[in-house]
Design a protein around this ligand. Sequence first.
Ligand code: BYC
Length: 330
Amino acid sequence: MYTQGLNEQTGRPVAAEATEDEARLRAFQARIDAEEKIEPKDWMPDAYRQTLIRQISQHAHSEIVGMLPEGNWITRAPSLMRKSILIAKVQDEGGHGAYLYSAAETLGVSRAELIDQLLSGRAKYSSIFNYPTLSWADVGAIGWLVDGAAIMNQIPLCRCSYGPYARAMIRICKEESFHQRQGYDIMLKLARGTAAQRRMAQDALDRWWWPSLMMFGPPDAASMHTAHSVRWKIKRFTNDELRQKFVDFTVPQAKFLGLNVPDPALRWDAEAGMHRYGEIDWTEFNQVLKGHGPCNRERLAERRAAHEDGRWVREAAAAHAAKHGARAAA
Ligand code: BYC
């Protein structure tokens, strides 16, 4: 016997709906545990949907804001070959943004709404893109470290439980891998170049090392979303696990370049089989997230200007589609 009132929307007893929801939740988790992919038309808990919209849209924003620091160097690339590679890379990042916005749209949110969240400053994007690119070596360091960190974080996303996100990540990871190689190649050339070029490479590593470690997000103890995301197999590893993998992978690459990782506490722990690294400045990270990084204002201003510049294209495309729609209907 139900003592609760009737659900106003369905006219069915609330307790019956609660039981039904619990059954759906159990069935949903069982599908996740069995490594089945969840597809757009499948039932999913609202918190799962919201987590995905948040993560995928932040990821998409990071891709298109990430075009800016490197795009800044296209006109100053040191050779025709470097210029064409950089143009291709920056274009790839725009493409990644497009796949990711499309993946987010399958969850019932529009791209226009997401872009509005970015341009109004309500949405986050990766902290790393709020640092300046001061020299050509920074383009190398971004490819090597930033795309390197991105790959470490994104390869597991190819196995994310949500089908459209996982599938988008497969192509993105292939392209990120090319990006990482081109960055390392720039660093290698500089590290084996003149004394001034080596200094440039070292200076870039000094400035990009710590912000790259911050890309993986807050430490696990402070990460509010990790537990749910791991249970739902959106995230396969925690922030600290991926950060550790990145350090272990990257330190030998720095040694090969003959460059010094700017961390006096860095040491190999043979017993644990991993590198130990120094304390990350989480105050700096939180400041960047609050909008007080070196380039937050500049990045948003540039994105807003780009959006305005593209207004006529969007309007022309919409008018064209409407004209064709009207013809087809006639
Ligand atoms: N920057 O509970 P947590 C690229 C936020 S694109 C800013 O651990 P979660 C590339 C987090 O959003 C690289 N915010 O969260 C592009 C949350 O805030 P809200 C981008 C960060 O989601 C162009 C709060 O802090 N990659 O590589 O479980 C050129 C608590 O964090 C950051 C992706 O987006 C950060 N670094 O884990 C070159 C990958 N870290 O939403 C290269 C997909 C954390 O509660 N995303 N926050 O307000 C992820 O894997 C996860 O979202 C994260 C964070 C690991 C980043």
